[in-house]
Design a protein around this ligand. Sequence first.
Ligand SMILES: Cc1ncc(COP(=O)(O)O)c(C=O)c1O
Length: 380
Amino acid sequence: MKVDFINSSYRRYYQAHKAQMMKALDRCFSKGDFILREEVARFEKNLADFCGVKYAAGVNSGTDALKIAYRALGCGSGDEVITVGHTFIASIEEIVHLGARPILIDVGEDGLMNVDQIEAAITEKTVGIVPVHLSGKVCDMARIMAIAKKHNLWVVEDACQALGAHFDGKPAGSFGHAACFSFISPKTLGCAGDAGGVITNDRKIYEKILLLRNHYNITQNALLGHQPKAPKIMGWGYNSRLDNIQAALLNIKIKYYPQMLKRRRQIAEKYNKGLAGLPVVLPTQQPEQIYQEYIIKVGNIWKFKKYMQDRNVELLVRDTVPNHKMLGLGLDRFNLPVTEKIAKELVRLPIYPELTDAEVDYVIKCVREYFLPAVKKSAK
Ligand SMILES: Cc1ncc(COP(=O)(O)O)c(C=O)c1O
């Protein structure tokens, strides 16, 4: 048996929904609907409803979502923004691109922002906090929002890996002043390439986002009935519109999304059960998380990966050097011991809804066989 890390997910999803997808493409081409048309507006409504917020704007990518959200909140030159070192580089990169300084704090063993470190990192230049809901788990938003309120800071949730996760019954992305999502193909709600979204409950922030994503052009959005009030001062914007074709594909997938999340959870539960008792650290669990990834910690990641590869199971090992240790980024002043430790231990198992039970069982069998000698030794 062969179990690949992600490609079978794309192929099987396509086979299962091909007729609908082709019909959607035909609709876009037949009408000539490519830029900021009906499918984009429909997807924005679907996204806002799914997240329980008032407004959603489609953009080009999760990276652009971050850039636009930071800018909509006024982030600029000389500002300091607190985020984590243990994240996909985009959360940090877009702070830097705006001329602001990222202030990196550590994570806990669960990979999420260590909230105890936030207040010590605040200076008179701090303007915002960017918690990252990594691997489908949500940061402690109750405490983060309380700290932000106390110090008058904005919060942008990087929820790129957490669409559909909840914290205390509330959707990820609905806590901060704005939140960002990525719909790049491997994400839980992935399109056929790149796409992203920003959500907010604040009308003013939303209007600014609509301008920023479209060259600060106040007339084009009027085509969609989104005519924002003319701002007193025009600004520099970006070309970061969500493509209408991608939106059409996402409008199909979002219908199946709750079902897809359910299947991911079933697979995670199979892994939890099947890998229990082995000398691996299983992922910490949150009751309301989604399973963007299933990450285990093993002693020798490369030996383990090779063993599984030889048995036709593809694993993903990435980011073994943490962002702040990357050469040329100028971030090595940060001391983040947990981030540094866990970067060397993490291995991702395949976890897409299209996996069959037989494939999941096969992955479990291979992992168990790998650890059998260690299990036998400890039993003696
Ligand atoms: C946590 C996080 N932030 C930001 C991004 C950037 O999203 P994109 O790749 O769509 O630009 C990603 C995903 O790639 C991510 O996982």
